[in-house]
Design a binder for this molecule. Sequence first.
Ligand code: UD1
Ligand code: CA
Length: 426
Amino acid sequence: MKDLKAIILAAGKGTRMKSETTPKVLHEIMGKPLLGYVLDNVKNITSGQYVIVGHHAEEVSKFVDDNYAKAQTVLQEPQLGTGHAVSMVCPELDEYNGMVLILCGDTPVITEKTLNDFVIYHEKINSDLTVMSTIFDDPTNYGRIIREEDNSLKCIVEEKDATEEQKAVKEVNAGIYCFDWKKFRAAFSDLKSNNAQGEYYLTDIIEWGKSRKLKVNAYVLENSEEIFGVNSRLHLAQATKMINRRNLEKYMEQGVTIVDPDSTWISPDTEIGQDTIIYPSTYIEGKNIIGKNCKIGPCAHLRGYVVICDNIKIGNFVEVKKAKINSNTNVGHLSYIGDSELGERVNIGAGTITANYNAITKKKSKTIIKDDVKIGSNTVLVAPVKIDDGANVGAGSVITKDVPAWALAITRSPLKLLANWVGRKN
Ligand code: UD1
Ligand code: CA
């Protein structure tokens, strides 16, 4: 395959999200921004990625820089349309001789496989430009794919520029393109904005190519769900459901029991081992690894950077964040485990809290619990703190100092028994 670079359009405002604080592409699905889904889908099939940023450019750039080493952001200011957005990359790709894959930062449901199939198709048919299309019962708001009499691709017409006859067309532009960069680079200086929206449309490069006898084609994607774009909070919820359902099916195929897929949410960046059972109303976000033969939930919440080894029980109303839990350990009920390391064969009694956050210094600290430790119910472990091998902590304790191996730590106040106290009261 020729060299392939991705260009992801993410400079738009996303007005319909109605958000003052968060740019559209940084709205999250189970702990990962929309843009993260798109970048993850292209990072293994492209040699580099350019993300066009504009609105909230600083936050979007920070997300890209922090998480994607090979990706680069390019500023588009002001935002004059999708064609103008792509033209921002021209100086970066001056000498580039390969292909580009263009997609939008708000289409998280697409898969790496579909994009790869699309590029393979583009190469196989020897196309100069291929645009992905799909058929929608309700094509409203999408650009329509207009075909010639011989069914070949003619052009794309935006809803706002379309005639009534064109509006009736149900084949729409998915907004995903693959083309030979060198052959089309000059198009970007020729684009005009004489259309209903006064924008430089990327879609106009099709006619530009055709008039220069370049080969342009459309690739019809059968599973139209994949090109679902997020423009509103309703769409965000719908996309979350699509991604979750697909992901849960994958776990079940791999030998994981999901008792109730309708109430279970697991981020795609979570790995789960065979014979693990996920009970209802469990919410797992971010990046996590869960081993084999574990029981998680009902009503458990894993918040990311959680590594759970084999044969572990995370029971009801347990929240876990940034923690490594070694094999054969139980955290059965009503506990919070954050910024922690738990050894093997540990038992955490009900209602145990790792107090990892100091509200005065605003610092987070670690709790380390070694092998074979038993923590009694309703214990607060005030971090930084270490409970060494085999130690026991009595129920109801507040532990503020390290506990040595095989010791018993207990901070309970002595029990008072007042005989006949109830009778005396009357
Ligand atoms: C675009 C397509 C339309 C297609 C649809 C698929 C054009 C002219 N139209 O329409 O044919 O059916 O996508 O979803 O391309 N963006 C920038 N800079 C800009 C303008 C947009 O980066 O100046 C980004 C947006 O952030 C967004 C993407 O480009 O991620 C698409 O822009 P949007 O305005 O949503 O285009 P549509 O009207 O949906
Ligand atoms: Ca859009």
